[in-house]
Design a protein around this ligand. Structure first.
Ligand SMILES: Cc1cc2nc3c(=O)[nH]c(=O)nc-3n(C[C@H](O)[C@H](O)[C@H](O)COP(=O)(O)OP(=O)(O)OC[C@H]3O[C@@H](n4cnc5c(N)ncnc54)[C@H](O)[C@@H]3O)c2cc1C
Ligand SMILES: *[C@@H]1O[C@H](CO)[C@@H](O)[C@H](O)[C@H]1NC(C)=O
Ligand SMILES: *[C@@H]1O[C@H](CO)[C@@H](O)[C@H](O)[C@H]1NC(C)=O
Ligand SMILES: *[C@@H]1O[C@H](CO)[C@@H](O)[C@H](O)[C@H]1NC(C)=O
Ligand SMILES: *[C@@H]1O[C@H](CO)[C@@H](O)[C@H](O)[C@H]1NC(C)=O
Ligand SMILES: *[C@@H]1O[C@H](CO)[C@@H](O)[C@H](O)[C@H]1NC(C)=O
Length: 611
């Protein structure tokens, strides 16, 4: 492939398909063209990969269902993340189940309903005629994916998580020490650390500690958390500046407060694959074509003895996916096709990737047959093994207003049932009790919470299944929370909440202090004077926990090989959070970007195979 030609074709296709989100497609048809690679989805999985392939000189078409919100201040200014999470310009609204137990589902306090007037009702006492939608699960269908509305917490998973993939796949490139290479490649670290970091990558990372955790209340709470983890008060400042993405020996067991590394610039601008992709496209230097508002509906195969992915079909049009709150079922979109000489890479995220695979004939045979989809490869684990970090919180009311509600700090805890540290909590004057349209609920200026993310959940029995063969319909999702290992995971979550409670109880109760705290859940009452049983707390946690870090729905080991190739076909890979065999650490966005970098090498290593 001649690089000059590919650059030229990149220019030509850019000219034909301008980046601007609102550029109207020609009314009746879209040009059907051919590229070396097609990447579906511009999130943390697909975005960096598409750029890397183009930088290597190959022509790449990046298809993204959403539009360009890189100028939307909800998105760009990180402290607006709650606005961006609720912004209809980026939102894809999924409604999921946590189990098949109808009685348990009906007790979920933030159950969401569609009222007769079309609006949402959240709660357990819906108005007459309202339709139960289920448990709200946000995603971002926009250039850059969920990294455009997430909270930007950035954690390299525990070494154990990477090493387990290496062990199970017998592919040493997955070892933690090798994976760190991708972190260093992609990051532009703006903070000082004793450990080696990258400083010229595309993802800005900042440790919020120096700029944010300066309020006396935050300092006092960090001190208590540090003491609870066994540190002396005098060590608090150095403890709270520890680098959670450092290369410490035995880092999996380092506990207590850490610096909050985030994918933001030092002046609080969000950094993400969306901005990166856009900047590379606009530079005009590489043969990368970004086509927005294009919903991929299936992968096209050359059906020989061994099917080879040769392209995709898509629908061009704004807000076509019916999870988009702005969608209108009567807009049908304009059908188009694009062809790939080499490979198609699916990066639609943990809900959409299995949907795209199944619509293309790759999935559990019975399910495909049910919808008359002809089977290209029977792959029983597509849409299975969905897993997520369980999340809960200990929410309380302090005795007075918290002085800087924006000031929060991360804290690791190891429970009696964890092999390694198994709870990542972040504490501050906020309230986060899960997701529903319009989340979160403001409980006033005295609210104080430790939010908990459980790492290494023991159950991964979640499912993503087709609701219909219509590509615009969101799939049916059941996370099957606590199906396996419930006793141990509930014990871990309970101990996590109780650990925060134990140091909240120790807060000095002087005049004008935050303490005593009155807990709202999971154990209502004045902290230190509560009387709920452990069992009742676990029941609360089991029924009210939530999640937003879905992974593993097309995972390495069963659906994919260790190089992200979809088994049973050729020329097709999956590179996004679906690929993780298990939930990576407490926050999946950084690991997903890391595997995007890793997969780029794997794809390029095979580039000469295809003509
Ligand atoms: C509210 C919220 C807050 C979060 N906070 C954090 C956090 O602080 N830290 C953290 O580590 N993680 C966080 N996460 C999770 C993290 O953002 C995701 O795990 C990560 O973005 C997954 O990346 P992905 O590439 O797998 O998928 P996605 O980010 O979902 O990207 C998939 C992309 O594919 C596009 N797409 C899907 N289907 C199609 C199709 N058929 N055709 C064309 N395009 C398609 C989508 O529009 C999207 O742009 C949060 C998630 C949410 C929802
Ligand atoms: C920001 O998001 C809110 C919803 O959270 C929305 O109402 C508002 O219009 C958005 N603002 C911009 C500039 O898009
Ligand atoms: C990093 O350390 C240098 C040298 O001590 C100092 O000048 C700089 O301000 C520090 N940067 C940050 C972000 O703390
Ligand atoms: C592109 O492909 C679509 C879907 O097959 C088809 O409907 C359309 O006519 C094609 N467009 C052109 C310009 O060939
Ligand atoms: C599948 O095809 C059969 C036979 O044509 C038809 O009876 C059935 O309704 C189809 N099912 C779906 C879900 O389209
Ligand atoms: C438990 O505490 C609540 C107030 O927090 C009180 O109303 C209740 O009587 C107590 N129950 C018992 C058995 O002590």
């Amino acid at each position: 492939m001649a690089p000059i030609l590919s650059v030229l074709s990149g220019f030509l296709s850019l000219a034909a398909l301008p980046l601007t989100a609102n550029a109207a497609p020609s009314p009746s048809a879209v040009a059907n063209s051919t590229y070396d690679y097609i990447v579906v989805g511009s999130g943390p999985g697909g975005g960096p990969l598409a750029v890397n392939l183009a930088k290597a000189g190959y022509t790449v078409l990046l298809l993204e269902a959403g539009s360009d919100e890189t100028k939307n201040v909800n998105v760009t200014f990180w402290p607006n993340f709650l606005l961006s999470g609720n912004d209809p310009a980026t939102r894809w609204d999924f409604f999921v189940k946590h189990s098949d137990d109808e009685a348990r589902e009906s007790r979920y306090l933030r159950t969401t309903w569609r009222k007769k007037d079309g609006g949402f009702y959240v709660g357990l006492d819906p108005p007459a005629g309202a339709e139960r939608l289920g448990i709200y699960y946000p995603r971002a269908g926009t250039l850059g994916g969920c990294a455009m509305h997430n909270a930007c917490l950035t954690m390299n998973p525990n070494d154990y998580d990477w090493n387990l993939i290496a062990e199970e796949t017998e592919d040493d490139t997955w070892k933690a020490e090798n994976m760190r290479k991708y972190l260093i490649k992609l990051e532009k670290a703006h903070y000082n650390s004793t450990y080696a970091h990258g400083h010229d990558g595309w993802l800005d990372t900042t440790m919020l500690e120096s700029g944010y955790n300066t309020s006396p209340d935050a300092k006092a709470m960090i001190q208590l958390a540090a003491q609870a983890a066994g540190f002396d008060v005098s060590q608090t400042s150095s403890v709270q500046q520890r680098d959670m993405n450092g290369n410490q020996p035995n880092r999996d067991n380092l506990l207590g407060p850490f610096g909050g590394v985030s994918h933001v610039t030092p002046d609080a601008q969000r950094s993400s694959p969306g901005f990166y992709v856009k900047q590379v496209v606009e530079s005009g230097k590489y043969p990368l074509t970004l086509q927005l508002e294009s919903l991929v509906t299936k992968v096209i195969f050359d059906k020989g003895r061994s099917p080879k992915a040769v392209g995709v079909e898509y629908l061009k049009g704004k807000s076509l996916y019916l999870a988009d709150p702005r969608s209108n079922p009567s807009d049908k979109g304009i059908p188009g096709k694009a062809y790939a000489r080499k490979e198609v890479i699916v990066s639609g995220g943990a809900f959409n990737t299995p949907q795209i695979l199944m619509l293309s004939g790759i999935g559990p045979r019975d399910q495909l047959r049910k919808f008359n989809i002809s089977v290209i490869a029977n792959s029983p684990d597509v849409g299975q093994n969905l897993a997520d970090n369980y999340e809960t919180s200990i929410l309380s009311q302090a005795s007075r207003a918290v002085d800087d509600p924006g000031d929060f700090f991360p804290n690791f805890f190891k429970t009696s049932v964890g092999k390694i540290r198994d709870i990542y909590m972040w504490c501050g004057g906020f309230s986060f009790e899960g997701f529903w349209p319009g989340f979160p609920e403001d409980h006033g200026p005295k609210q104080y919470e430790c939010a908990l993310a459980h790492m290494n959940p023991r159950s991964q029995a979640g499912t993503v299944e087709l609701r219909s063969a219509h590509p615009r319909d969101p799939p049916a999702i059941n996370l099957n929370f606590f199906k396996d290992g419930a006793d141990l995971d509930l014990q871990a979550l309970y101990e996590g909440a109780n650990s925060a409670r134990s140091w909240l109880a120790k807060a000095p109760q002087t005049a004008n202090s935050l303490a005593p705290f009155t807990e709202m859940h999971p154990c209502p009452g004045v902290i230190g004077k509560q009387n709920r049983t452990v069992e009742s707390q676990k029941t609360y946690i089991k029924e009210q926990s939530y999640s937003h870090h879905a992974t593993s729905s097309a995972r390495i080991g069963d659906v994919l090989d260790s190089k992200f190739r979809v088994k049973g076909v050729r020329g097709l890979r999956v590179v996004d959070a679906s690929a993780f065999p298990r939930v990576p650490g407490a926050f999946p966005v950084l690991p997903t970007m890391m595997i995007s970098e890793k997969a780029s090498e794997d794809v390029l290593a095979d580039a000469k195979k295809w003509t």
